[in-house]
Design a protein around this ligand. Structure first.
Ligand code: GLY
Length: 260
């Protein structure tokens, strides 16, 4: 619950604690400072001792253009993130990633895998919003295409605690992904519509399927976020333009995407 002032916060607190608004789950309340800034997603792969920094990304969660309407899992994403300059990323490493990894060791928390750190940039400072022990979606669709290393070798080095021997190689180009969703998503939506206009991936353009499945010779919708198109290009505008060209020929009943 985002409360605008003390009175609202107090009223919510009463509802949760005294009136059991969330049942037993509301018996313990966490109060946090409200942070207002711009969000980005940072990813590391850690073997518990060492880590490699993967490309950062920014996803766009609102259903509507201009970041309006309901929150979704993500309507698109870009990588790299223009406002995450070297100086900012250095702060992310020293103030957030390194203490996180040494915290794993201090707490004897034997974790090997992806750490997705949801950050917010306020002024020039990074603040943590959340940690996830997974990649993000649709961030993955712009992060993984920029990693030039063999992914299996990276995962093997993670499992064998040899990430200190790995040199991560990142494609300097921009990646942009656009998601096509079922009409009505993130509320109720229908599925089973035939998808037309699908093409095979070409160099530097890709289609990733999510809420889609094969039905005989056809591909039909089977979920809210149906598919997305990713392109790599030397500049962000071109990457977006190519992803847009690819997704605009794809069609299904109720098809919806953000054009911004
Ligand atoms: N796109 C946000 C997430 O995967 O949590």
């Amino acid at each position: 619950i985002i409360c605008q002032n003390y009175v609202e916060a107090f009223a919510e607190f009463e509802l949760m604690i005294q009136r059991s608004k969330f049942g037993d789950a509301g018996k313990r309340v966490v109060v946090e400072e409200f942070l207002s800034g711009i969000e980005l997603s940072v990813f590391v792969l850690t073997d518990g001792k060492n880590y490699v920094l993967l490309p950062e990304a920014k996803d766009y969660k609102r259903i509507g253009e201009g970041d309006t309407g309901l929150n979704t899992g993500g309507m698109g994403a870009i990588s790299p993130v223009p406002f995450a300059n070297d100086e900012f990323m250095q702060k992310v490493k020293t103030k957030i990633i390194e203490p996180t990894i040494s915290g794993f060791q201090k707490d004897e928390f034997d974790y090997k895998g992806f750490v997705f750190i949801g950050l917010i940039k306020i002024g020039d400072e990074p603040f943590v919003i959340e940690y996830n022990c997974r990649m993000g979606d649709p961030e993955t669709e712009v992060v993984i295409p920029r990693i030039k290393n063999d992914l299996v070798e990276l995962l093997q080095a993670t499992a064998e605690q040899k990430l200190d021997k790995v040199q991560i190689e990142i494609d300097p180009r921009f990646a942009a992904t656009i998601v096509a969703v079922s009409g009505g998503y993130p509320n109720e939506y229908q599925t089973g519509f035939a998808i037309s206009g699908l093409s095979l991936a070409e160099e530097d353009t890709m289609i990733f399927y999510a809420g889609a499945k094969k039905d005989g010779n056809k591909v039909v919708t089977s979920g809210g976020r149906v598919l997305c198109t990713t392109s790599l290009a030397d500049d962000l505008t071109e990457a977006l333009e190519r992803s847009r060209e690819l997704i605009e020929v794809i069609n299904f009943d109720g098809n919806c995407l953000r054009k911004d």
